[in-house]
Write a protein that binds this ligand. Structure first.
Ligand SMILES: Cc1ncc(COP(=O)(O)O)c(C=O)c1O
Length: 1006
């Protein structure tokens, strides 16, 4: 270090602080000069040749200014005017010395997370290096260099035996095999150029990594420059960018797409990119084994080894052709190159195929069995996991239609694939069906649809697997590609006497439709899959694909209806795409209705605390308090269906359901609140409550709390400052008195007498009014930011209001019905009894119900002679649903669950406060919790952008939560009451992960 100081001073006349940087071969120092300028002092290894350094310098110059997105260090001259200086070290050896500018930023490896946009941009940056170096050459680049992937065979062979673990050695051998099989034979087709050769994740720096508009990249050390395959630049970048990623191909695809935009890739390059990237990692672990032997204490050497081994194990499972198909898809090519030729051939010969069950399929003998995610025939996500129920559904459908063949669709996303074998990787399941199913009787003979040979066969005995399967191969033309038909779910004896290569004739019986459980555990059916590339699999291939690779799999497995020729008229219209729905919404739905999330979700199914999108992805619902006892809770659905099938009419006829329901509901309330009015929404309930209050008191003025929301009618907007003080609002009218929000976190009063102090504002409002009709409040405020009132607030406020002759209205639309845990109603947590209580949202679990409960006295005042009637309020179905919701809360002990799980979640969130400074406050009762996010716990500066980021990221991770509060910085937690501790753990784990990400930590927004 001392010597480095001396060198900086004597050769560059620089002094300041020096910090040694990790490096494989050289010694590099970050020098912050006394004048604040930052540079890197580079002292080359004694063995380094001057020529190599000259090359690096000229490459740096060459790349400067090539692209705004690409920064390269600038070479500084010494006091002697030289780019390269020489120094002699204490041991007498001479070293070349250079000074280059310091590039500020974060190393790519430390950027968290690597978003899709970042990865695409990273690809563009690597593409810019490739493009920038086109036309650059230097004699020093033409060297044999052990990091050059071209040298993989000799380098890996030389070092792999230093890897002591046999399993790991086999892994390295596998990738050496890939290199020699896939790359070497095609090397003459590869473009060559000088490459930087080391765009690894610690050698690339990023500025503004999370801002898609201003992100830039810089490349550091140029020590690995070599004349090699141009594509190796990209291969190296991919090799390191995929480390620690659950889906390496997904990451690589994004980088490839960005790279291709700047530096177009050839089909050959796309074909061998995967083996090259894997080979680079295999070289890295082999070289590390050697280096570690030489320098057991060098920390830098081991930096990437653990993740590299983990990645290699994952990559081992991916077929190189599959990877190349994914890369082709990323640049807009047909993923499976042979697919179009096969499809064309089949189309041309379509009349020559037979039927696999001996009958042509048409509307006289067949119907579609819809088992898509949102199918109305499928009653729950688990319905079809029971083969009997699945079988019953098919039988019933066939019987109803008077046909004997059920058709299961190709390219249909389904929820029926539940076994572990359907996990594509730790974050994604396979859901998209790649075949056509023919539901027919077990024992039905299966006939080959064409002449061919048995390619392979297998008995897939895992539960919910494919059972006995046979693959028949068919060549298109002597020179053209083959294609394959996979026949699955057969009887076990279908495999008897088979051998690979056995010829089969069109129409020849190759087996029979199997029965449960031998057929893999399904109702009897034939799974008929057309395959263009078996990718070295035998006897079976994935029959279901993950949505993220849908386009690739649909290309490998084209639509088998090319062969079956089921008439189009049999298929229902395809579901609308997200864009179609969005476009129709903008045309036909009122504009002020917003859509959640930057990437809106299409939700087609709900079940208890989960929602499912059209592709079968499951989301944990942490935000929706309307499906109080669970989305599509079967008992509520049953009550609704049963009553709807018998009677649904208005309240002018006598029916016991109405009075039973009113009795049940009022039994939950304090004794004096014994009279009900039924309407259809929370807004209607509040509107009616205001009328009751005004009629009873014969006054007009209303006191409401700042930040509150009570509904969407004109008068409710008048009293809801959340609306009238927000965008498009016109402020409160004169008869509305808005009092301070009793917020003990950031409000004016915070001590033990905060409740009393805030209530004084209510007192002031009564004093400034001509006559108060009502004080309306949410007992815990939702839109206001999950505000919990200080003790005594409502008691004091009630005192003031009643003294002034007004009545007190508790709006329980958000918080009632057991959500509080230890109390059934929100107002009970403050020990008060209101004069009017309004209800909505959870009361009907999503069925539109609103209710107002009040005293006999107030109800009597309302009997002025003018009738009150709500056509569908309190209708028979609503009453049946309302009663079922109350039953469900009681029978399933959901109030107790809210108390238990709520307390657990609150504690876990409070624990998170210890590690995440952004969490300013955690507050809540039962399953009504708020997490307020701040940039500074002293100033309470709201972390608005961070909160938005967190909500969007949680959505990406499969968790739905919303944000609210006047400063838009409160995470709002109010899940269905069936939420479990396991759900809470999942949420905490995801939140913890996201809170560690840069945009939630470093406030790049400020
Ligand atoms: C506290 C409160 N009251 C009333 C309403 C209005 O209910 P609805 O949307 O059912 O009319 C809402 C809706 O968000 C609410 O949060």
């Amino acid at each position: 270090m001392e010597q480095a100081h001396d060198i900086a001073k004597s050769l560059y006349n620089l002094s300041g602080t020096l910090r040694e940087l990790p490096s494989e071969r050289d010694q590099n120092f970050h020098l912050i000069g006394t004048d604040g300028h930052e540079n890197i002092l580079k002292i080359a290894a004694a063995s380094e040749k001057r020529e190599t350094l000259e090359m690096q310098n000229s490459a740096m110059r060459h790349l400067t200014g090539v692209n705004a997105n690409l920064q390269s260090p600038v070479v500084r001259k010494s006091i002697n005017g030289l780019d390269i200086e020489i120094t002699t070290s204490n041991d007498g050896s001479t070293h070349f010395v250079r000074l280059v500018s310091y590039l500020p930023g974060t190393v790519f490896a430390k950027v968290n997370p690597h978003s899709s946009e970042l990865l695409v941009d990273y690809g563009r940056f690597v593409g810019s290096i490739s493009k920038g170096l086109v036309g650059f050459d230097h004699s020093a680049a033409h060297r044999e260099f052990y990091w050059d992937i071209q040298q993989a065979s000799s380098v890996i062979r030389k070092y792999k035996d230093l890897i002591s673990d046999e399993e790991k050695k086999t892994l390295v051998d596998h990738f050496l095999g890939l290199f020699e099989t896939y790359v070497l034979p095609r090397q003459d087709d590869l473009a060559l150029s000088v490459i930087h050769g080391d765009a690894n994740d610690y050698n690339v720096i990023v500025n503004h990594p999370h801002n898609d508009e201003s992100r830039t990249f810089g490349i550091l050390d140029f020590g690995d420059m070599v004349y090699s395959y141009t594509i190796n630049e990209l291969a190296v970048a991919i090799a390191y960018a995929i480390l620690d990623k659950p889906d390496p191909i997904d990451v690589a695809q994004k980088i490839v797409s960005g790279y291709h935009e700047i530096s177009p890739l050839t089909e050959t390059e796309l074909d061998i990119l995967f083996p090259l990237a894997c080979t680079r990692l295999a070289m890295s672990v082999a070289i590390a084994a050697w280096q570690q032997q030489l320098e057991p204490d060098n920390e830098y050497l081991s930096i990437s080894q653990k993740p590299a081994w983990k990645a290699l194990a994952l990559l081992r499972e991916i077929h190189p052709r599959f990877a190349s198909y994914c890369f082709r898809a990323a640049v807009g090519l047909e993923p499976c190159a042979d697919s179009s030729a096969v499809v064309k051939w089949i189309k041309r010969n379509s009349r020559n195929f037979g039927s696999p069950i001996g009958t042509a399929l048409d509307s006289k003998n067949s119907i579609i069995i819809d088992v898509s995610v949102g199918s109305v025939d499928v009653v729950s996500p688990h319905h079809l996991a029971d083969h009997q129920a699945f079988g019953d559904l098919v039988t019933e459908k066939l019987k109803d239609a008077g046909v004997n063949i059920g058709i299961g669709r190709y390219n249909e996303a389904r929820l029926i694939y539940t076994g572990d074998q359907y996990l594509a990787h730790e974050d994604e399941s396979r859901t998209v069906h790649l075949a056509i199913d023919l539901f027919v009787e077990s024992g039905t003979p299966i006939l080959s649809v064409h002449d061919g040979i048995v390619h392979s066969f297998r008995d897939n005995a895992l539960p919910f697997d494919n059972g006995p399967t046979i693959v028949i191969e068919r060549k298109t033309t002597p020179e053209g590609p083959s294609f394959y038909i996979l026949y699955s779910h057969m009887t076990r004896d279908s495999l008897d006497g088979l051998y690979a290569g056995k010829p089969v004739k069109k129409g020849e019986q190759i087996g029979k439709v199997g029965e449960y459980p031998d057929n893999g555990g399904w109702p009897p059916h034939l799974h008929f899959q057309l395959i263009v590339d078996m990718m070295d699999e035998e006897g079976d291939l994935y029959g279901v694909a993950p949505v993220s690779k849908r386009d690739v799999w649909l290309s490998i497995c084209p639509d088998p209806n090319l062969i079956l020729r089921i008439p189009n008229s049999l298929f229902p219209n395809p579901n609308m795409t997200r864009d179609e729905i969005l476009s129709l919404r903008s045309e036909h739905i009122g504009r002020p209705l917003g859509v959640s999330y930057k990437k809106p979700l299409t939700i087609v199914r709900g079940f208890m605390q989960y929602l499912y999108d059209e592709n079968g992805r499951r989301y944990l619902d942490i935000r929706n308090n309307v499906p109080h006892v669970g989305h599509s809770n079967p008992r509520i659905v049953k009550a609704l269906n049963q009553q709807a099938a018998v009677l649904n009419t208005n309240t002018r006829y006598l029916h016991e359901k109405l009075v039973r329901y009113a009795k049940r509901l009022t039994a939950k309330l304090p004794n004096n609140l014994s009279v009900c009015f039924f309407v259809n929404s929370g807004s209607e309930a509040n509107e009616l409550a205001l009328r009751l209050a005004k009629t009873h008191t014969k006054r007009k003025d209303i006191i409401a709390i700042d930040g509150a929301y009570h509904g969407n009618t004109s008068e409710l907007v008048n009293i809801s400052s959340y609306k009238h003080d927000g965008p498009g609002g016109e402020g409160a009218p004169l008869h509305v008195h808005v009092v301070a929000m009793p917020d003990t976190y950031r409000g004016e009063h915070r001590g033990p007498d905060a409740g009393k102090k805030y209530a004084e504002d209510v007192l002031r409002a009564t004093q400034s009014s001509e006559g108060i009709a009502a004080f309306i409040f949410e007992p815990l405020m939702g839109c206001g930011g999950q505000i919990i009132f200080p003790e005594g607030y409502l008691k004091e406020a009630f005192k003031h209001v009643r003294k002034a002759g007004g009545v007190c209205i508790a709006d329980e639309v958000q918080v009632g019905f057991g959500r509080m845990g230890n109390k059934f109603w929100g107002f009970e947590t403050q020990g008060v009894v209101p004069d009017i209580v309004t209800m909505g949202k959870p009361i009907g679990n999503g069925h539109p119900i609103g209710a107002v409960a009040t005293t006999q006295e107030i109800a009597n005042s309302f009997a002025t002679g003018m009738e009150f009637f709500s056509t569908t309020g309190g209708n028979t179905v609503s009453c049946a649903v309302g009663i079922a919701v109350l039953d469900e809360i009681e029978n399933e002990h959901l109030q107790q669950n809210a108390e238990k799980v709520g307390a657990y979640l609150l504690n876990r969130l409070k624990e998170l406060m210890k590690t995440h400074a952004i969490i300013g406050d955690v507050r809540g009762r039962g399953l009504f919790i708020g997490v307020e996010l701040v940039r500074n716990r002293e100033t309470l500066e709201p972390a608005k952008e961070e909160t938005k980021y967190i909500v969007e990221r949680l959505r990406d991770l499969g968790l739905l939560i919303s944000l609210d509060g006047p400063l838009h910085n409160v995470l709002k937690i109010k899940p269905p009451l069936v939420f479990t501790e396991e759900n809470a753990d999942r949420f905490i784990e995801a939140l913890d992960l996201v809170l560690h990400e840069d945009p939630a930590v470093t406030s790049p927004w400020s």
